[in-house]
Design a protein around this ligand. Structure first.
Ligand code: ACO
Length: 317
């Protein structure tokens, strides 16, 4: 595998929504949310657009990678729901970033960033691209049901980005898929075709939390352990486990099963909530900006969610 991460970026909305803010209109409490999830506050799009977040994260990644916009051959945006169905967000962000290249959006739920890494690897291996900008931009608060305390309290909005290109770094990328629409689903408006028969109304995000929880803990642990074993690595050979920030209890369950110290499991869920495919690149960017991704540093990325599916990557910086 010939893929390297050259630079990272991230952007969060300005508006902070605390658990107490939610308790003002929902039958919930800071105590319930923080104990069950680890979340204390999240950032929510209010006056900004998702596009503006994606542009800010993309610009930071270009600058961190020290790569000129003209050197980017492709833009891949992972998003569950952009502001327009068409054009793709990957096209809309290009003028602000000084880019003029092929761009496309992909939706792989919370594993979107790792899916984009895999697509980028294929584009680079086939010679179609040399440098690619990946942006994971998510506005889950736009399709969460704000009357449902069991889901809406979990989510926030964010964008994370990175510039990738040919080089040594990403060692392996894998996916597991077990389609379960009943466990996690949100639908788009049905349109108004006179030929479509009975049109079903759009539905906000619905989730069977405990089912996702069980899937996440068992799969994240198994996927990570298999990745380590196949590369002759022990859990302590990994400097950071950058896992999807969905629930602090999920992170803790995986960490204790792997028997590694808390320092190797960085987290920001307490400040961001679950931002779908943006959680992994946002956390990666925070580590990068804090100077913690030193040369030779080994990182496991793992995300899980809608599909259901999981993605795991082994990366060396
Ligand atoms: N405030 C207060 N009470 C609540 C809240 C809330 N916000 N939400 C649920 N409850 C209540 C329930 O109504 C229930 O009450 P009851 O016992 O009277 O019926 C009780 O709390 C327990 O509910 P559970 O659903 O059993 O709570 P659980 O401990 O399973 O926690 C949670 C729920 C946090 C959703 C957990 O299941 C979870 O984190 N699941 C994983 C979700 C996830 O990872 N999603 C990621 C993929 S989705 C994506 O990334 C886009």
């Amino acid at each position: 595998m010939r893929l390297k991460i050259y630079g990272t970026g991230s952007a969060l909305p300005k508006r902070v929504v605390t658990n107490d803010d939610l308790a003002a209109f929902l039958d919930t409490s800071d105590e319930w949310i923080s104990t069950r999830t680890g979340i204390r506050e999240r950032r929510v799009l209010s006056e900004e657009t998702l596009q503006s977040l994606a542009e800010r994260a993309g610009a930071m990644a270009l600058s961190s990678a020290n790569v000129a916009p003209e050197a980017i051959d492709y833009v891949l945006v992972s998003t569950v729901q952009a502001e327009t169905l068409t054009p793709a967000l990957a096209c809309d962000i290009q003028p602000a970033l000084g880019l003029k290249c092929m761009g496309m959006d992909l939706n792989a739920g919370c594993t979107g960033f790792i899916a984009a890494l895999a697509v980028a690897e294929g584009l680079i291996a086939s010679g179609r691209a040399r440098k690619i900008l990946i942006v994971s931009a998510e506005a889950v608060t736009r399709f969460a049901d704000w009357r449902d305390r069991s889901t809406c309290v979990l989510f926030g909005d964010a964008a994370g980005a990175c510039v990738v290109g040919e080089g040594e770094g990403v060692k392996d990328i894998r996916f597991v898929s077990e389609p379960r629409r009943d466990v996690l689903c949100a639908t788009t408006p049905p349109g108004n075709s006179p030929f479509a028969g009975e049109l079903r109304p759009a539905e906000y995000l619905k989730m069977q939390g405990q089912e996702v929880y069980k899937f996440a803990v068992s799969h994240a642990f198994r996927d990570v352990r298999e990745m380590l074993a196949d590369h002759d690595l022990q859990p302590e050979d990994i400097d950071f486990y950058v896992l999807h920030q969905a629930n602090m209890r999920i992170l803790e369950a995986v960490r204790t099963r792997l028997k590694v110290e808390p320092e190797r499991f960085p987290h920001n869920i307490e400040r961001t909530g679950n931002t779908s495919s943006a959680t992994v690149p946002v956390l990666l960017d925070e580590l990068n900006r804090a100077g913690r991704l030193k040369p030779g540093c080994r990182v496991i990325l793992n995300a899980f969610g809608a599909g259901l599916c999981t993605g795991t990557a082994l990366v060396e910086f």
